[in-house]
Design a protein around this ligand. Structure first.
Ligand SMILES: [Zn+2]
Length: 305
């Protein structure tokens, strides 16, 4: 006997032991869960903070992109604004030309033109023109962009008119072979200038003058019209393209031979150092004869359309 009590006691202890074991297990489990929970909460908080930071930087990046896009749009709009300003300027120039033509003013107009460039000393010409606040016309041909790119750009940015003078300027055995050969060279230069500077030329000077085209002249002029080109020759020149003369002689070739003409188109070449030397006196001399200076433009009275 007594074994029944004994067994009950054993069960009792076993129960207590098992309960204790269960409690320990649950407590450990709970402790683990609590710790894990805390860790997860912290991780979540960290992730939230990180997400917030990323969102913030995204927002600021987006704002920056917006700003850049606006800036790009503004820059894109600049050529248009410049073009519009240029057109307003030419509208006024046209009025002035008409006043001169009709004798409503004593002023006369001189168009300084520089052919064949750009050259190494072209920027020195720009310095002189800038000093006097004068806009001129540069009839340019296709030259090496690597060497003359910056000069092309400065001529364009200074507001001078850029005219087409054919790409190759190859007079003998070249551009005057045929109408097609001439036009190909013109279009090649137009494309070059447009691609490099974003400027569409619409005024052209024949290399050697329109007379050099001989029997092709009329047909070429017709083709030029179709391509939207007007052309201009000259009625005044330093003669620097033909003769190696002193600065004083170049100056006098212009100043002594204006004949008081109302419209003077002066031919010069921006490769000539003596012309460069003569330029300030040519400008001052023409001014004292009553001339004001304009760049050429398509609608100008001095241009053949
Ligand atoms: Zn030329």
């Amino acid at each position: 006997m007594g074994t029944g009590d004994e067994r009950i006691r054993r069960y009792h202890w076993a129960l207590i032991f098992l309960t204790a074991a269960a409690v320990v297990c649950v407590s450990f489990r709970l402790a683990y869960e609590v710790r894990r929970n805390r860790e997860l909460t912290e991780k979540l908080k960290a992730t939230e903070a990180e997400t917030e930071m990323i969102l913030k930087s995204c927002a600021s990046a987006e704002a920056r992109i917006g700003e850049l896009e606006t800036a790009i749009e503004n820059v894109k709009g600049l050529p248009k604004q410049a073009e519009a300003a240029r057109q307003r300027f030419f509208d006024e120039a046209e009025k002035l030309e008409e006043m001169v033509q009709n004798g409503e003013t004593d002023l006369k107009i001189a168009y300084l033109t520089f052919d064949d460039g750009p050259y190494e000393i072209t920027e020195q010409y720009l310095d002189v023109l800038e000093k006097y606040g004068i806009l001129a016309t540069f009839f340019q041909r296709g030259r090496d962009w690597g060497t003359f790119g910056q000069t092309y750009i400065r001529v364009a940015r200074s507001g001078h008119t850029i005219g087409n003078h054919t790409f190759s300027h190859q007079i003998r055995g070249g551009i005057y072979r045929s109408v097609q050969a001439f036009m190909d060279d013109v279009i090649k230069n137009r494309t070059f200038i447009y691609e490099k500077l974003g400027i569409t030329t619409d005024v052209l000077r024949f290399p050697g003058g329109s007379g050099t085209a001989g029997s092709l002249k009329q047909d070429i002029i017709e083709e030029l019209r179709k391509e939207g080109y007007a052309y201009v020759n000259w009625n005044s020149a330093t003669m620097d393209g033909m003769y190696d003369l002193s600065a004083e002689e170049y100056r006098d070739n212009v100043l002594d031979k204006t004949g008081g003409r109302k419209f003077l188109v002066v031919l010069m070449h921006d490769y000539n150092r003596n012309t460069l030397k003569a330029l300030p006196e040519i400008i001052e001399g023409l001014e004292s004869q009553g001339y004001v200076f304009l760049p050429l433009f398509y609608e100008s009275l001095a241009v053949n359309r």
